[in-house]
Design a protein around this ligand. Structure first.
Ligand SMILES: *[C@@H]1O[C@H](CO)[C@@H](O)[C@H](O)[C@H]1NC(C)=O
Length: 314
């Protein structure tokens, strides 16, 4: 494939092409966790699922479509996962399209309850005042839980806010602190994407009983022109853009592609917001890796990933 590309690209492309491809193998942690009985000594360690796993800044895109949602991503070190939600008959159901939904696959069953139990297990034997997060090796790191709202924004948002109550009252959610004008990180940071309304996020936090603990994945394309700073660190820890519209085929002309990426990243970082490009190429592998490297080189904070083993080893 490489030789059909512009000569300027040839060298870097060559290097990426020969980078050994990551093998698609199952994570040992994953298997141990699932195969052992509840009272097995394998589960005696506080965070058995993530024991020895180094968390990295990559996002498990459409995570619910993995063969084992959430757990698999965590066992590979993904410190961000995504669930698409639909409000149907007063329940939040998880799936990509309305045809993928079922009564059993609720947001609580797939994500909120397992997270609660992971955190509780990790902390039940804690002897000191320090609290453990999701990752055994990095107890202070926050897990981004991206919730892609697929049905009516305001009503789905309100239902999501209610569904988060157990995690909220346990103190496990990152929360905006109006006094310091910053987000106080906790074990999980909930970030609404898709049709999440900025107004719903912004309405939270004005009184203590409704703290702001759902944030926004801001439209990165709008940040360079957003002189009023409508999107900022108080409401949007993250901003995202479709790779096609942010960079497109300019990846093949690195000085231009990189400048486009850098311009967006600088606009976000200037207001304390992290960045993610979604819809990056997934094949061929050399192109996927080439684009990942280009994004990281220009300061992009999160890789958007479907192939978890490859991202773990990247
Ligand atoms: C952040 O955005 C909100 C809503 O758009 C705005 O009210 C607030 O003043 C902004 N804060 C900063 C520090 O820019």
């Amino acid at each position: 494939m490489c030789w059909i590309i512009a000569p300027a690209l040839f060298l870097s492309c060559f290097a990426v092409f020969w980078h050994a491809p990551a093998q698609d193998r199952s994570s040992a942690n994953d298997l141990l966790f699932f195969l052992s009985s509840p009272d097995s000594p394998l589960k005696g360690y506080p965070v058995p699922l993530t024991a020895g796993v180094i968390p990295k800044r990559f996002h498990s895109h459409n995570d619910y479509a993995q063969n084992v949602p959430l757990y698999k991503a965590l066992s590979y070190g993904a410190s961000s996962v995504e669930a698409d939600i639909y409000l149907v008959d007063d329940e939040l159901l998880v799936g990509h399209t309305p045809f993928d939904l079922s009564k059993e696959r609720t947001l609580a069953a797939l994500y909120l309850d397992p997270l609660m139990s992971l955190i509780q297990t990790a902390n039940e034997k804690a002897t000191t005042g320090t609290r453990r997060g999701i990752f055994e090796l990095a107890p202070a790191i926050t897990l981004n839980l991206l919730i892609d709202i697929k049905t009516d924004g305001p009503s789905t948002f309100d239902k999501l806010y209610a569904a988060l109550e157990p995690l909220r009252s346990a103190g496990y959610l990152s929360t905006y602190d109006p006094h310091t004008s910053s987000i106080k990180q906790s074990i999980i940071t909930v970030i609404g994407t898709g049709d999440t309304p900025l107004s719903s996020v912004q309405a939270l936090g004005s009184n203590k009983r409704r703290p702001r603990d759902i944030f926004l994945d801001a439209p990165l394309a709008k940040l360079p022109g957003d002189t009023a700073k409508v999107y900022n660190h108080t409401n949007s820890p993250l901003a995202s853009i479709d790779f096609g519209s942010g960079v497109g085929l300019w990846w093949a002309l690195p000085p231009v592609g990189k400048a486009r990426i850098r311009m967006l990243v600088e606009a976000a970082h200037a207001r304390g917001v992290q960045t993610r490009f979604w819809n990056t190429p997934i094949a061929p592998i050399w192109l996927r890796n080439y684009v990942w490297q280009m994004l990281l080189d220009e300061g992009v904070d999160w890789l958007n990933v479907d192939d978890l083993p490859a991202a773990k080893d990247f």
